[in-house]
Ligand binder design. Sequence first.
Ligand code: BGC
Length: 422
Amino acid sequence: MWKMIKDFHIEMSRGLAGRPSSLKMLPAYVDRPTGREKGKFIALDLGGTNFRVLDICLKGSGASSKPRAMKFVLKKKLVKGSADPLFGFLADSISRFLRKEKIGPARAIDMGFTFSFPMKQKGVASGSLVLWTKGFNVRGVIGKDVVALLKKALDKKGLGRVRIAALANDTVGTMVARSYSDPHCDVGVIIGTGTNACYAEKLANIRKLNGPKMGSMIVNIEWGNFNKLEKTSYDKKLDASSDRPGEQVLEKMVSGMYIGELARLVIKGLIGKKAIFNGTSSPGLEKAYNFRTEYVSEAASDRSHNLGKMKSRLKSLGIPNSTLEDRRTVKSVCEMVSARAARVSGAAVAAVITKMDPTLSKMHTVAVDGSVYEKLPRFSKNIAKALQEIFGRKAGRIRLVLTKDGSGKGAAIIAAVAASGE
Ligand code: BGC
């Protein structure tokens, strides 16, 4: 973990200076909020299997209303198709939301758009996609401004009055949402289908940015792409058969998109060595990505004497006669894959915090969201344990706080910051 922290710092500094690095260190053109931001905003959230639209009222003094929200499922053909159908669908969904919530033409609409992919920004209200991750692969978007693409689709639907005031990565949204009421919050982390983090950096340290050097700005690290990590043979196999070999190396060890697949590859390896199931596999276990990350959760939470839940899960995967010993082995495989993911995340959090505050001289809140962090048994505990191993008692100065659905609210707050700056 210490080696990882050292390499992480080197890559962070390179990225901030605009030199080649696996960490892109993308400036977000927004700083932490004051908590006094006010007004009604619509927030959009794109980055996983659903597109969400929310209506949020920020009350100032760190409080906000419970958002009214609608979810729209993104079909596979939309996330693997071309730009027009995807942005047309987003515009349609927004229009349905406005109708349902009876938000008529009388209300000016300022939107904050959470876009959970790496993007290069030149200001808070625009950004061009750097690359797709998490299984998205929509033609004609890389290198384009996603705000302009959405605006064009909205205009086509007669929604020209909608203004996209801010664009933010989900980590930035999550950090901003927590910062609204917590002045110690200076890191945002997502560990879900994908993984990433952002933090508050001094402008003087963002050497690739020209302009004022006073104050600070949030930087989207894109830590999923960190590549100074020791790979096992399983990591190498997973990478070689992935959409983009060589990219998102840390993400492929940590995030929900890959944890199940890693466990499947280890299980297959053990079958090959005749260490489990008498050396017999099944079509269910041979199929890539068929052992889902939820099954890893299920295995880790099965505390029954005969591991009954796992027995039926293995049965459904075509292994009807597992022995208790087999199931114990599969359970520990799942726990190991999950524990490694948590330790890699813990070391990454430690690196980000020591970049800002090498001696841990003050308190830090880390706003965290994502299904892996929230749902994988012992995941958050294992991160805390890793931080304790690294920092000893000083780990008490770091507080990880689950910030559920923060990214939508955060986008609204950023829209408010942007609107007030005009
Ligand atoms: C993306 C990040 C995003 C993260 C969490 C990664 O795959 O590259 O931009 O923040 O997933 O959603």
